[in-house]
Write a protein that binds this ligand. Structure first.
Ligand code: NAP
Ligand code: 3JN
Length: 348
């Protein structure tokens, strides 16, 4: 496709948590847009959303919705992507998919623009956006890997309910009111809508995000492990993950333990690397209690890192705390940045 002054863009899942954030971010002039099409299921078709003071009517997504679309931003779930991504690509659109449907396909680049923009060169009309928990860890660890080498990652996540969609945010708010009124809390969504049992998230912590696999890890944990190795082109890297849901609305936090190839690295060396890294903000000063928190990171575009400490036993071991808004950099913003990077590299 020849370079255009402005592009026809479609958002699939426009009424959802991720889709609405994409819409908000596009208002900040992130992409040159000619026409914007908003797509959902039949449930929300006919709803009106505002873009730059103009009302746009949401349409039910069909294969024909993608006629004349240059860039299609998908966030309506994996089964919808599997059905509609081939239809959009067939009609000439480049699809940037926020679901796990194609992330591990050999032919599909899995991209965090600050980390592996070069992977976009091989795209065949489809690019996958990684899982939110993977994205923030990659923004923090890629510059560390480049500077000192990376042998091992052990990560524990503290994830916000917004990662599980708009219904999960409502569930947390309702349960909080029920608890404070002394009523029984009703749980229908978390830890995983499709699983047999549901537990309250309000005033709780759930060590299950998505469903369990046969090896005892959840799908979210396996996404972090497999996606990290693919993005860093490091099949030999040791990665272990434990993913936990907290009663927080926005921003995922991660406690990350790393082992470097080099043994003589100091906290000051890591601070220097983090200070110079793209998309990353260092907030680390214990004398002033400066460290990132989910509330402070909400609605911000950067990934924040703090609590950098050398392990007390392992010479090459370090501990970090990494926080970002999971719906912004963890999903919507990264999707838009992939589109921007495609344009910058003349790949659309
Ligand atoms: P959400 O708030 O529940 O919204 C779901 C959206 O998908 C709504 O717009 C919904 O439209 C639409 N949709 C559902 N079924 C559809 C169908 N059959 N055809 C067309 N549209 C359909 O969920 P969300 O939090 O925005 O997440 C949506 C998806 O994005 C997730 O399933 C996941 O795959 C991906 N995601 C990725 C990350 C990440 O880590 N990068 C994070 C969160 C989500 P209606 O209004 O008509 O129901
Ligand atoms: O739970 C979270 O905090 C992140 C959830 C992401 C998610 C939710 C439903 C389906 C995904 C994802 O992006 O991996 C998917 C999916 O597409 O598999």
């Amino acid at each position: 496709m020849a370079k255009k002054a402005a592009y026809n863009v479609a958002i699939l899942g426009a009424t959802g948590a991720v889709g609405q954030k994409i819409l908000n971010l596009l208002e900040k002039d992130k992409l040159p847009i000619n026409e914007l099409k908003l797509l959902s299921s039949a449930r929300s078709a006919g709803a009106k959303l505002t873009f730059l003071d103009k009302e746009i009517t949401v349409e039910e997504a069909t294969p024909e919705s993608f006629e004349n679309i240059d860039i299609a931003l998908f966030s309506a779930g994996g089964s919808v992507s599997k059905k509609l991504a081939p239809e959009a690509i067939k009609r000439g659109a480049v699809v940037i998919d926020n679901t796990s449907a194609f992330r591990m396909d050999e032919d599909t680049p899995l991209v965090v623009p600050e980390v592996n923009p070069e992977a976009l060169k091989d795209h065949k009309g489809l690019i996958a956006n990684p899982n939110c928990s993977t994205i923030q860890m990659m923004v923090a660890l890629k510059p560390v890997k480049d500077a000192f080498g990376l042998k091992r990652i052990i990560v524990s996540t503290y994830q916000a309910v917004s990662g599980a969609g708009l219904q999960a945010i409502e569930e947390l708010k309702t349960q909080t009111k029920q608890y404070l009124n002394g009523e029984e809390m009703e749980a229908n969504i978390l830890p995983a809508g499709s699983d047999k049992k549901h537990f309250p998230i309000a005033f709780n912590a759930l060590p299950q995000i998505d469903v369990f696999g046969e090896n005892g890890y959840t799908a979210e944990e396996m996404k972090m492990i497999n996606e990290t190795k693919k993005i860093l082109s490091a099949p030999e890297l040791s990665v272990a993950a434990t993913c936990v849901r907290l009663p927080v609305v926005s921003s995922h936090a991660e406690s990350i333990y790393i082992e470097l190839d080099q043994e003589d690295v100091t906290v000051a060396d890591l601070h220097k690397v983090f200070s110079n890294a793209e998309g990353l903000v260092l907030e680390d000063d214990i004398t002033t209690q400066t460290y990132p928190t989910p509330l402070a990171a909400a609605d911000k575009e950067e990934v924040f890192v703090g609590r950098v400490r050398k392990d007390l036993d392992h010479k090459n071991g370090f501990h970090l705390w990494v926080v970002t808004d999971n719906i912004v950099k963890g999903a919507a913003l990264n999707t838009i940045q992939i589109a921007e990077s495609l344009l910058e590299q003349d790949l659309i």
